[in-house]
Design a protein around this ligand. Structure first.
Ligand SMILES: Cc1cc2nc3c(=O)[nH]c(=O)nc-3n(C[C@H](O)[C@H](O)[C@H](O)COP(=O)(O)OP(=O)(O)OC[C@H]3O[C@@H](n4cnc5c(N)ncnc54)[C@H](O)[C@@H]3O)c2cc1C
Ligand code: FES
Length: 293
């Protein structure tokens, strides 16, 4: 066969949009609307991601969606994603079974500043599916526990049935190195834990000297403003509050502008940002400066 028919039309390094194949190893239903998928790249190579990064998941005939990697980078076998069914691509991902193949581009984006956080205390605040990327961060911290200081995890879900990663939470709860607080907006008769929004828990926390405390927050957009207000009350400064933003992505690599927020491309410059980087960028989150108190 002539060479030109079998050779890729461009060198692979220039084909940014070409997904690599990955195989579904396992599917676990976590809640009514969220599935956890264990994946392995077809090459057998590790994904080499950082906590907070995402992949563009593609299904032939359906499209592509950005999804956070929710497992610790240490996993050599493969990686995990947690997908909430909301529409076309996420619905098709929910139909996948072990053995199926999907497309993966990435890992992409700027993840959590895990190296800069070394030696510091970290308050991790998750709302709903925001726990997905944060599970990767908690996994990384647990894998490198001696490099980090005090670790507090505050997680809010809509109701007890919506709580994600219940098995992990049980392990974290028993881990003396993690202070875990779980709260639900709407408790039912089975729920014996805390109820109310995450801010009520943050308000009551004793953060001791907040000088070395950093907060990493991922959740619905409405959460950011109120969590930031509580963190400022505890004395955290804008450079020690870290958010992950969610926007509609197309390319995921800073080419198309779909995810633009003021002068930033969330896919390329983020999705993780320090609060201080978002000040003055009114489209990012409803930012709130401490002097407004
Ligand atoms: C960096 C990043 C990380 C993400 N991580 C995860 C994750 O770990 N797990 C997960 O389940 N989802 C995650 N998402 C959201 C996920 O990408 C969207 O839910 C998905 O693209 C929806 O595609 P769809 O084809 O299923 O929905 P569509 O059929 O395109 O839309 C269905 C509905 O969802 C709304 N919608 C679609 N995309 C978004 C969006 N980005 N923001 C707000 N509303 C939207 C549409 O307006 C519509 O109402 C992440 C998004 C980003 C940007
Ligand atoms: S999604 Fe294309 S530039 Fe961000």
């Amino acid at each position: 066969m002539p060479d030109r028919l079998v050779r890729a039309p461009y060198p692979m390094t220039k084909v940014f949009y070409r997904p690599a194949l990955a195989q579904v190893l396992r599917v676990d239903q976590l809640t009514q609307s969220e599935n956890l998928l264990a994946l392995r790249m077809g090459t057998g190579e590790p994904l080499n991601h950082e906590p907070g990064q995402f992949v563009q998941v593609s299904l032939f005939g359906y499209g592509e969606a950005p999804i956070s990697i929710c497992s610790s980078p240490k996993g050599k076998e493969g990686f995990e994603i947690c997908v909430r069914e909301v529409g076309t691509v996420s619905g098709a991902i929910h139909d996948l079974e072990p053995g199926d193949w999907i497309g993966i581009r990435g890992p992409y984006g700027r993840g959590f500043p895990v190296v800069e956080l070394e030696g510091k205390d970290v308050l991790i605040v998750a709302g709903g599916i925001g726990m997905a990327p944060l599970r990767s961060l908690v996994g990384h911290i647990r894998d490198n526990r001696r490099r980090y200081g005090r670790i507090i995890v505050v997680y809010g879900a809509k109701n007890p049935a919506a709580i994600l990663f219940k098995n992990d939470l049980k392990v974290w709860f028993e881990d003396e190195g993690i202070e875990l607080y779980v709260t639900v907006d709407s408790p039912d008769e089975s729920w014996t834990g805390r109820s109310g929004v995450v801010t009520s828990i943050i308000r009551d926390l004793d953060l001791g000297s907040s000088a070395s405390m950093n907060a990493v927050v991922v959740g619905p957009p409405v959460m950011y403003r109120f969590v930031a207000m509580e963190l400022f009350r505890h004395g955290l400064t804008e450079d020690r509050i870290i958010f992950s933003l969610e926007r509609r992505f197309k390319c995921g690599i800073g080419k198309c502008g779909h995810c633009q927020v003021n002068d930033l491309y969330v896919c390329r410059d983020g999705p993780v940002f320090r609060y201080s980087e978002l000040l003055g960028r009114s489209e990012a989150v409803e930012v709130w400066a401490p002097e407004e108190q």
